[in-house]
Every structure is written in structure tokens, then in C-alpha cells.
Ligand binder design. Structure first.
Ligand SMILES: [Zn+2]
Length: 361
């Protein structure tokens, strides 16, 4: 190949929308809180370190409307949240506090996915990565929970369903996405797949939670024991999540991309590295066509791990292998275990059996 063409090929990159807003930094959950405004600077630094800044197109997300929020949330709760911020803020649960600026951050975080849908449909990029605060996947219909105020990914999924789309939600945050699961537990239009540490906060996400009514079989939980590493996640994706998702045949892919399953995270006990997140991104991104993929920041509380993991994720979306640390192959458990001996392999096996028993048709 002539040198000129080689050079041109090297600089041909797909672009990724990066949704973030100065309001997200203003949300103050309190001094020493792990969900700190510094997290967004870490994400930006990670993208620079990954060398993919040129492939990222920034945008400032719009607010979600009340009508859009009401598809997921009790509007009385939304009003109470706004009023609490207007009077100076306060505490919503044991570890969730708001400041005067939190409502603006929350409604823009909740609107970011809908804004990304509109931009992606306009042909602006192949995917979107939303660097949001506050996170969303624990927030339930009537309240805040676990650092989350409004359920950003659920508001986006509900907006897509209202237009007749079939939405795959993959949640790889270390904590189970209880709020997202609850929002679509009886729906056959949204498939919710979660890989998480279990038993752990918030207590939900057991194998037997498979959906109900029309939604039976459209919820898939992979509850991994503490210490699970990247090899088990790759196996779960290749042998379970990808085939199940392909059978669902989504028109949109939404990902709750928390990075607290990194082995350095101070709040959790899983064993992933930044390169494992690149591997997860490559596998998951293939589940929807370019232009119909949105990644939402959820957790991730070690700033270095968050930077390298978010950088590796965005780089994978751009099609560049950025691997600042090795992929993990054996977790603190010592092995995957066999289906009979327990461990992560047994969890994947049991999740597959339950899914086959409960899937419809
Ligand atoms: Zn989390």
C-alpha cells in the first residue's frame, strides 16, 4: 500500500459523541463523598491519555422534560427533588445528598441520553459516551437511591420504547442496576442484562430475577462472587449475553458503564482492569448497528482506574486498542471454577439454564 494511503487509513477514525455539561460538576453530594466532581475530570484525562481526543465530538446535553421523566418517575418525587434543591439541598437516603445545583445536574443527566439519540439519528457519530453526574441506575420510580437522583438510562430507554424501538440495556457497573430493572421488569420491549457483584449493595440482582408477565425472560442477571476477574466477564459475554442479546435483536443498545468493577475500586471487590473494559466494550458494541449505541457513566470511584477504564472504553468505541494495563485472567478466586465446583463459571451456567426456562416462544 502506498505510504499516503497508509497514512490516510491511520487517521480514519469513527467519531464518538461525548456528552457532558458544567452543571454535572456543580452537583455536590458532600465533602469526602466518593461520587465526587473530580470523577469527570478523570474521565476527560483518560480520553486524552488514550490518544483519542481527536475522535471525540463534545456536546452539552439538554434537560429532560417533565413528560420524559414521567415515563419512569413519579412526578411528585421529581417536584420534591426540585424543591429540596431550591431550599438549599439535603439528604435523600443514607448516602445520597443534594446541593442547590443538583436538580439542574440531574435533569440534564436524565436528558443526555435523549439528546444523544437525536444527534445519533442525525448521523453525527457512531456512538455516544455520556460523562454524567449524578449517576442513575439505582434511582427508582418514587425516589433517589445509592448516589442516584433520576434514572438516566431508564428515561432514555423509555423514550425509545415510546417510539416503538426495542432496547437492549447492558449494565456492567459492579452494583446491580435495581432501578433500571424495576422500570422494565414487566416489559418485553426492553431487555435488561446485568453483570454485578453479589451478594452486595443494593441486594437485588439474584439469578432468579428473570422478569415477570410480558417481561418474563427479558431480564438476565449474572451475579458474580467477589473476586471475579476479566476472564469470567469475557466468558459470560461470549457464551451467554451475546447470544441472548442477538436473539432479542435490539434496535438500540444502551450501556450502564460503571467502572467500579475495577480491582482498584475502593467500594467493591471485583477484579477487572482497564483492558477488560475495552474487551467488554468491543463485545457489547457489536450488538447494535453504528449510530445506535449510547454508553452512560455510572459508578467508578478510584480516579486513576476510572480514567484508564473510561479511556479504554472510548478508545474501543473508536476502534483503537488502548490497553494501559493487562487484561485479567485469573481473579482472587484463583480460577473460574467448573460448572460443578461453583465460582463464576457456575453462575454463568445457572443464568443460562434459567434464561432458557423462562424465555418466551
Ligand atoms: Zn456501582
Amino acid at each position: 500500500m502506498p505510504v499516503e494511503r497508509l497514512r490516510a487509513a491511520r487517521f480514519v477514525q469513527v467519531s464518538v459523541l461525548l456528552g457532558s455539561h458544567e452543571a454535572f460538576v456543580e452537583h455536590d453530594p458532600g465533602a469526602e463523598h466518593p461520587e465526587s466532581p473530580d470523577r469527570l475530570a478523570a474521565v476527560r484525562r483518560g480520553i486524552v491519555d488514550a490518544g483519542v481526543s481527536d475522535a471525540v465530538v463534545p456536546f452539552a446535553p439538554r434537560r429532560a422534560t417533565r413528560e420524559e421523566l414521567a415515563r419512569v418517575h413519579d412526578i411528585g418525587y421529581v417536584s420534591r427533588l426540585e424543591e429540596l434543591c431550591l431550599v438549599g439541598g439535603g439528604r435523600l437516603d443514607a448516602d445520597t445528598c443534594v446541593s442547590p445545583a443538583s436538580y439542574e445536574a440531574a435533569v440534564r443527566s436524565a436528558g443526555a441520553g435523549l439528546d444523544a439519540v437525536e444527534r445519533l439519528e442525525h448521523g453525527d457519530a457512531d456512538a455516544a459516551f455520556l460523562a454524567l453526574r449524578p449517576p442513575g441506575h439505582h434511582a427508582v420510580e418514587g425516589g433517589a437511591m445509592g448516589f442516584c437522583l433520576l434514572n438516566n438510562i431508564a428515561v432514555t430507554a423509555a423514550g425509545l420504547v415510546a417510539r416503538g424501538e426495542r432496547v437492549l440495556v447492558v449494565d456492567w457497573d459492579a452494583h446491580h442496576g435495581n432501578g433500571t430493572q424495576a422500570a422494565f421488569y414487566e416489559s418485553s420491549d426492553v431487555m435488561f442484562v446485568s453483570l454485578h457483584q453479589f451478594p452486595f449493595y443494593p441486594g437485588t440482582g439474584a439469578l432468579g430475577e428473570v422478569g415477570t408477565g410480558d417481561g418474563e425472560g427479558a431480564t438476565l442477571n449474572v451475579p458474580f462472587p467477589a473476586g471475579t476477574a476479566g476472564d469470567a466477564y469475557r466468558m459470560a459475554l461470549d457464551e451467554l449475553v451475546v447470544p441472548v442479546a442477538e436473539e432479542f435483536s435490539p434496535t438500540w443498545l444502551l450501556v450502564s458503564a460503571g467502572f467500579d468493577a475495577h480491582r482498584a475500586d475502593p467500594l467493591t471487590d471485583l477484579g477487572l482492569s482497564a483492558s477488560d473494559f475495552a474487551d467488554l466494550t468491543e463485545r457489547v458494541a457489536r450488538l447494535a448497528v453504528p449510530g445506535r449505541r449510547i454508553f452512560f457513566l455510572e459508578g467508578g470511584y478510584d480516579l486513576e482506574a476510572l480514567a484508564s477504564s473510561a479511556g479504554a472504553t472510548v478508545a474501543a468505541l473508536v476502534g483503537i486498542a488502548y490497553r494501559p494495563e493487562p487484561a485479567t485472567t485469573v481473579g482472587r478466586l484463583g480460577s473460574l471454577g467448573s460448572a460443578r465446583s461453583g465460582g463464576p463459571a457456575a453462575v454463568v451456567d445457572a443464568a443460562r439454564s434459567l434464561h432458557e426456562r423462562h424465555r418466551r416462544g
